[in-house]
Design a binder for this molecule. Structure first.
Ligand code: NAG
Ligand code: NAG
Ligand code: NAG
Ligand code: NAG
Ligand code: NAG
Ligand code: NAG
Length: 479
């Protein structure tokens, strides 16, 4: 509904034009070379369903920032160097610091001492609670990034938090920071909490001055930004509150557990003696530091971008807020959801994590996902049962339209989902319902799919009218 020309088809059209141009040039003008500085076949978006396009605005911003990071980042290292911490192996290299292996080993030892409550009789050289748990983290770092689709070029991007949202969170923080509570009551291998526990000011908890209204405001602002950035429909998963790290805190490099797929970190406030960067391994595999100031927001693909702060924080506090979403469906690209496999659309079929996910989620993905606000997603997926459930539980959804006057009916035609269209007509929707610009479903069917498509044929067969109304002002705004 947001974009009438899916981005992929623009790329496709461009490719065709260019290919034809190359062909005719090489036929017609022997001896002249065709100088194209655009190699579309290297553009992953032109050939791969697996890499949906990024919004151009983000892309340019990304390129500029990428170059800046390039300069700053030295020495360069990748996940295979295990340089800043045990990233893909327990063996840590000495690239950054000859003592890194000891730092890691001591971390695991201290973790175990805390877990076994300083019981010296436990053989800490054997596999222990902390080492076993840390091996799971290392396994995720090793296998999860290559088992999921990438949605943006780099995998992360720093922007400014929209002013309204930042002042909302900032007010909340200023008024309620004294109501923080210790975050962890049990030992975790993700932070050195046994010694430097983080605290949390819960955003949706009245005890700490929060409300569900506040968390909704955060979700509602961040979701469209991340949807634009990734080109995917998202659904909120979690937002705990503002986490406060203390002097000497570390955050061990990790990827998030599913279904925390696309996320944002909003930097709320800090009092540090030196920058405390987030180290990320982008889709190019290289480590980079992202430094954040209050009001900055980092967008990142948290299930594939390894991220952490494996260098102790120096200062009094560092306060930020995490917002997590799950990907539901592509906004304008083809669906990567396969009903026969019934795994989430972000997992690459037959990858390492496909199997891992199925072991943990025996009931499949679809069972988890039908929600009343998921109409475009269900349409995109052609999920008739889901649509029936929505309209049974929320009949007024039939009358809902967006600012362009598009309803579920128009969306089903745009997506070419005949079964959904029939279901909606079965609920009594008008086959000739016009959008705000005065365009009927049959007109869209012909426009998007041509005369022979079964959705066009069906609309013709039930006597639908092809209307593109010359009403009012700008009737070309949609087509
Ligand atoms: C375009 O990219 C493809 C794939 O990387 C490569 O095989 C081909 O040689 C490139 N063509 C030109 C003209 O650079
Ligand atoms: C880091 O881990 C990877 C994966 O296990 C391994 O191939 C590599 O050799 C390790 N690097 C070092 C320095 O041990
Ligand atoms: C890790 O280091 C130990 C001892 O230095 C060595 O025996 C082992 O082979 C290394 N493992 C990997 C995966 O590099
Ligand atoms: C996606 O990015 C991850 C790192 O974040 C990388 O391991 C993986 O190979 C990338 N996938 C593709 C298809 O480029
Ligand atoms: C990130 O910063 C730390 C120190 O804060 C440094 O040791 C490390 O090399 C940096 N990482 C990169 C990728 O620049
Ligand atoms: C943080 O901890 C370090 C080492 O334990 C110490 O030297 C430093 O003074 C502490 N900083 C603050 C602000 O407490």
């Amino acid at each position: 509904m947001r974009q009438l020309f899916p981005r992929t088809s623009i790329v496709l059209i461009l490719s065709i034009v260019l290919i034809q141009h190359v062909r005719s040039s090489s036929h017609d003008s022997v001896g002249t070379t065709v100088d194209l500085d655009l190699n579309l076949s290297t553009d992953p978006t032109s050939t791969q369903v697996s890499s949906p396009t990024t919004n151009q605005q983000y892309q340019e911003e990304n390129n500029r920032r990428e170059e800046e990071e390039e300069e700053k980042a030295h020495p360069q290292y990748t996940v295979l160097d295990n340089a800043s911490w045990a990233i893909t192996s327990r063996n840590v290299s000495s690239i950054l610091n000859p003592n890194k292996q000891n730092i890691y080993n001591n971390f695991i030892r201290d973790c175990n001492l805390a877990y076994y409550e300083n019981d010296e009789s436990v053989q800490l050289t054997e596999n222990t609670f902390c080492q076993d748990n840390d091996d799971v983290r290392i396994e995720m770092n090793t296998h999860q990034p290559s088992s999921v689709y990438n949605y943006t070029k780099q995998g992360y991007q720093k922007i400014r938090t929209p002013t309204k949202l930042y002042s909302l969170l900032r007010d909340f923080w200023d008024n309620h920071r004294d109501k923080s509570e210790p975050e962890w009551s049990s030992v975790t291998v993700y932070q050195n909490t046994w010694k430097y526990n983080t605290e949390m000011v819960y955003v949706d908890n009245e005890r700490s001055g929060g409300s569900s209204k506040l968390s909704k405001a955060v979700y509602d602002t961040v979701q469209p930004l991340l949807e634009d950035w990734t080109g995917q429909y998202l659904e909120p998963v979690s937002l705990w509150g503002i986490r406060i790290y203390k002097n000497n805190s570390i955050l061990v490099p990790h990827v998030d557990r599913m279904p925390l797929i696309v996320s944002a970190i909003i930097q709320v406030d800090q009092d540090v003696d030196e920058p405390w960067p987030l180290e990320v391994y982008g889709h190019d595999g290289k480590a980079a530091n992202v430094t954040m100031e209050p009001g900055d927001m980092l967008l990142y693909e948290s299930h594939s971008v390894i991220h952490g702060r494996p260098f102790p924080m120096k200062g009094r506090f560092y306060a930020n807020c995490f917002v997590h979403f799950e990907i539901k469906a592509s906004i304008d690209g083809p669906s990567t959801y396969d009903p026969t496999l019934d795994i989430p659309p972000y997992i690459i079929p037959h990858s390492y994590w496909h199997n891992e996910w199925q072991v943990e989620n025996k009931e499949g993905w679809r069972a988890k996902t039908v929600r009343e606000d998921a109409v475009p997603i269900l349409i995109g997926r052609g999920d008739v049962a889901g649509i029936q459930k929505v309209y049974h539980d929320f009949p007024n959804k039939l009358h809902e339209s967006d600012s362009n006057g598009w309803t579920a009916l128009h969306e089903s035609v745009r997506c070419g989902k005949l079964s959904i269209l029939k279901t909606l007509l079965g609920f009594g929707m008008d086959k000739d319902l016009l959008t705000a610009a005065g365009i009927s479903p049959l007109h869209f069917a012909r426009y998007y799919h041509g005369e022979t498509h079964d959705i066009t044929q069906y609309l013709v067969s039930i006597g639908a009218k092809d209307i593109k109304h010359p009403v009012g002002a700008n009737t070309n705004s949609e087509l």
